[in-house]
Design a binder for this molecule. Sequence first.
Ligand code: ZN
Ligand code: ZN
Length: 337
Amino acid sequence: MKCDFHMHTIFSDGKVWPTTRVDEAWRTGLDAIAITDHVESQHHKGDVSTNRNRSFEIAEPQGRLFDVLVIRGAEITKKLPPGHLNAIFLTDANPVEKPDFRQAIKAAIDQKAFVFWNHPSHEHPQKKSEWFPEHTELYEKGWMHGIEVVNGMTYYPEAHAWCLEKKLTMMCNSDIHEPLTLYGEGKPGDHRPMTLVLVKEKTPEALKEALFARRTLVYMGNMLIGEEPYLRPIYEASVSPVRSGLTLKGKDRALLQIRNRSEISFELEAVGEPAEVSAPKSLTLHRERVSLCEVRAKAPGQTGTKKLSLPYVVKNLLIAPGKGLPVNVEFEAAFTP
Ligand SMILES: [Zn+2]
Ligand SMILES: [Zn+2]
């Protein structure tokens, strides 16, 4: 499911009515959203209700109409540490409004909410992501289940590393306050940041199960971030050769055609080369197209048929900070003099 678990409406400091968030989600192909208004601040309390459940209650029927799951949520907004945390799958957002962060998070945990740390560096005086003793405390109590690895257009490599090391769920959310039309979708292929959740079925229960089980991918721009067991099947299901064999005549160039069915252009970088052939150092497998990979025999006079493998890493499928997914481009080479 394509999801965004962090957004605001006029019931806190956002600029839109709750049903608009559902319309935007439907238009951008999302399956689920959580509206997470700040429990501490109502910028329009002279005009709208201060009941912390109202934004959910207004959006939810619109969600049923458009087949977009709307999850009840709230943003617990405290100064760093621990900073801002979202609680989703709440049953009642009102008891979460507490002056002390421990009491607020406990109220969410008592409702079996899924809790994650938002935009780790936003409130930091040096704008860096820093793990404080308060985070250790929440983590050790089992009160923090995930971290935003991406918020809006910002990627936090430290949060990425913490999620891997501490087995926390990787989240990617817009934290949108404005109407989506003002968000800056420009070039074809641009999309809002989203968390891809690997669910067993499209229900709130299955979504919650998958989040607690850490089956998520971070999808921002042309970058997909996640654990290797989830990224590899996506790459392998997307990429295939048009033909599995290639004839290499003397030192003439030959073109391997590789199809990419996905909507992500994969950026490959060579990490070696077989002894028999030379291949591009970098290779882009363009989204929804067939791309060409130029191969030449290194020495003329080779004969026979061989299975060859070109080792690459996919730079925009990140299995760890700065570490792309290793893949092989495989084909059968028939050498003729
Ligand atoms: Zn925040
Ligand atoms: Zn927010």
